[in-house]
Design a protein around this ligand. Structure first.
Ligand code: FAD
Ligand code: NAG
Ligand code: NAG
Ligand code: NAG
Ligand code: NAG
Ligand code: NAG
Ligand code: NAG
Length: 554
């Protein structure tokens, strides 16, 4: 029944919604004509729910600016409402922003730097998770959070997990679109590597699954960052096996405790450890009784028991001096609590990972780099000097392991084989303190500049999920320009950028899905002929649902 409706709806949309209308009101009328009761899912500024919805899940309070708010927020309850929204905004010149978890560092899921009116498609109602343990797969609605996904898996099995990020409140819609990595990355790769299928509403309002969208588009939506190719409604993922017990430790070292030498050693050890062990680094300023020092935290998760971890550490990294008393065992689900600094797996109730408001909401700026050759020991002193100026944070996440089994072009995420680690710079400040904000931003820029010689270059790498508009952006409203866009595009996607641009030209030549860092449509010379002559495939009935137990979102 659902499937039949989708087909009729799409056909209907294209016959009726072709009527040209001009205003936001016409957009509402257009939607209303498809769904007489859509008003219950559509909010304007007079609605008391508008503001809470607009601000919900904004993890970076830097962008809490009502003047940048949309004209409407739509919270679709079905894929067909999304199809209608695309069709109606196409015919009325209204722009769309897509918001799943709202954790974009630059707020691009809910704000726009242009003055054009826009509508937020808020995916929060499409967040069912359907776990099929027997077949080791799950379908997850794009509006679900990482925590909701992890919780749903853990409810069904104590020996399955999924290799996505560490923070529970992040949305799967945005995160899987840009790659996604966390505690299981060295064993299982990116979240995007473990996506088996997806459902997307494209610029023509068609609902496509993997078979319908084709392998090129399916490649692009797993790493190119969210929102360039369409609206993902759900992902089908491959569950991975985890042992019933995991072990965590955090070992803090001050500079006076030989931290620099240990960090230096870590650079070559961490990416080569057994795949079931991740040791990441958090470096920050410690200000104890007015005495400033840099604190390096070795923060780890091992997929196994404490005793096995101890023998690996004694063999591979004895200088860290890990003791059994530093280690805590817990099931995989509880490891989500570590994100908030929990030492053990029972410091918060597990249900807290379902909380869509993050405990660590704050005002911040982030940047990222990738490292392929160890940073020279002599360079660390300069980093520590900078740390004494502002309270910044650096996070080093080791790759290697499974990540080395992928080439640069397997997915749009290019930092694979031979990449030692990802590095993230963060700086937080009080929301209302403009001066502090300016100093913080200047500080992170200084740090970023200082690091230039020590990180990947030509192009310098960056992770699209740690969105950074300093790298460059598309012209507002203007025609996209490949040479301008490649300045930031190649940082995120390396040699995949060109392919992404020509693919974009094929599937969204009018650049309907455009924003500050969307992939611009560029027809490559060789492709021009095919682009001009080949029409998009006709609208036809969707295939039957991919598996028996999945019956579509209705
Ligand atoms: C506190 C915190 C912790 C993080 N930890 C990790 C981590 O451990 N590992 C990691 O890899 N990353 C991590 N990230 C980065 C995170 O993966 C990205 O910010 C991600 O894009 C957020 O996804 P979202 O759905 O919450 O964001 P949103 O702000 O909703 O979306 C991000 C982008 O994707 C687009 N988009 C959203 N939903 C869809 C959709 N359904 N279809 C198409 N486009 C869509 C948006 O328009 C926007 O451009 C973290 C971020 C934060 C703030
Ligand atoms: C719309 O209204 C009809 C009739 O009242 C109802 O059956 C249906 O469930 C409503 N749909 C939604 C999405 O609220
Ligand atoms: C806002 O929504 C309310 C309730 O749906 C409606 O009555 C009102 O006309 C809308 N206002 C505008 C300016 O669109
Ligand atoms: C500091 O650490 C390095 C590398 O782990 C080690 O070789 C050295 O002996 C340590 N020095 C001290 C004083 O602990
Ligand atoms: C894991 O979480 C559950 C549910 O909150 C809790 O009861 C249990 O004590 C935790 N286990 C460990 C080992 O921390
Ligand atoms: C969710 O977390 C926020 C921030 O820590 C807190 O204020 C709120 O009470 C929590 N909500 C629930 C339902 O636990
Ligand atoms: C990874 O790099 C190594 C060394 O350059 C090379 O031998 C290997 O074939 C590469 N593997 C993949 C999957 O690209």
């Amino acid at each position: 029944m659902v499937w039949f409706n989708v087909v009729t709806l799409v056909v209907y949309l294209f016959s009726v919604c072709a009527v040209k209308a001009q205003s936001n009101e016409d957009f509402v009328q257009c939607l209303f004509s498809k769904f007489p009761n859509i008003t219950t899912h559509l909010y304007n500024k007079t609605s008391s729910e508008f503001r809470p919805l607009y601000q919900s899940m904004q993890q970076n309070t830097r962008w809490l600016d009502d003047s940048a708010a949309p004209v409407f927020i739509l919270t679709p309850f079905s894929e067909s409402e999304i199809q209608a929204a695309v069709a109606c905004s196409q015919s009325n010149g209204v722009k769309l922003r897509i918001k799943s978890g709202g954790h974009d560092y630059e707020g691009l899921s809910f704000r726009s730097s242009t003055s054009s009116p826009f509508v937020i498609i808020d995916m929060s109602q499409l967040r069912d998770v359907r776990v099929d343990v027997a077949n080791e797969v799950a379908w997850v609605g794009a509006g679900a959070t990482i925590g909701e996904l992890y919780y749903a898996i853990a409810k069904e099995s104590s020996v399955h997990g999924f290799p996505a990020g560490t923070a529970p409140s992040v949305g799967v819609g945005g995160q899987f679109s840009g790659g996604g990595f966390g505690w299981l990355v060295r064993k299982y790769g990116l979240a995007a590597d473990n996506v088996l299928d997806a459902r997307i509403v494209d610029a023509s309002g068609r609902l496509l699954d993997r078979g319908k969208m084709g392998e090129d588009l399916f490649w692009a939506i797993r790493g190119a960052g969210g929102g360039s190719f369409g609206i993902i409604t759900s992902w089908k993922i491959k569950l991975v096996q985890v042992p019933p017990i995991m072990t965590t430790f955090t070992k803090h070292k001050l500079l006076t405790e030989n931290a620099t030498a240990l960090l230096d050693e870590w650079q070559t050890i961490a990416p080569k450890l057994p795949n079931n062990l991740v040791i990441r680094i958090l470096a920050r300023l410690q200000n104890k009784n007015g005495e400033k020092s840099v604190k390096i935290s070795f923060n780890s998760l091992f997929q196994g028991a404490k005793s096995d971890l101890m023998s690996i550490m004694n063999e591979k990294f004895p200088s860290l001096g890990l003791m059994e008393s530093d280690c805590f065992e817990m099931p995989w689900a509880n490891t989500s609590l570590l994100y908030w600094g929990a030492k053990q797996g029972n410091e918060y109730p597990l249900e807290d990972i379902l909380n869509r408001t993050d405990r660590l909401v704050g005002t911040y700026k982030g940047k990222s780099d990738f490292v392929r050759t160890p940073i020279p020991t002599s360079a660390f002193q300069g980093i520590w000097n900078l740390f004494t100026e502002e309270s910044g944070l650096m996070i080093f996440e080791p790759f290697g392991g499974k990540m080395d089994e992928f080439s640069e072009t397997d997915l749009p995420f290019p930092y694979r084989n031979g990449t030692l680690y990802n590095m993230q710079y963060l700086v937080h400040w009080q929301n209302n303190d403009q001066e502090q904000g300016q100093r913080s931003v200047e500080w992170i820029n200084k740090m970023y500049k200082y690091m230039t010689p020590f990180v990947t270059s030509n192009p310098r790498g960056a992770y699209v999920n740690y969105r950074d508009l300093d790298l460059g952006m598309n012209q507002p409203q203007g025609k996209s320009n490949y040479d301008e866009a490649k300045v930031w595009g190649e940082k995120y996607f390396g040699n995949n950028f060109k392919k992404l641009c020509s693919l974009k030209h094929r599937v969204d030549p009018q650049d309907f899905f455009s924003y500050e860092q969307s992939i611009p449509p560029v027809s490559s010379e060789s492709e021009q002929a095919t682009v001009m002559t080949s029409k998009l495939p006709p609208i036809e009935a969707m295939r039957a649902p991919p598996t028996k137990w999945y019956s579509g979102w209705s």
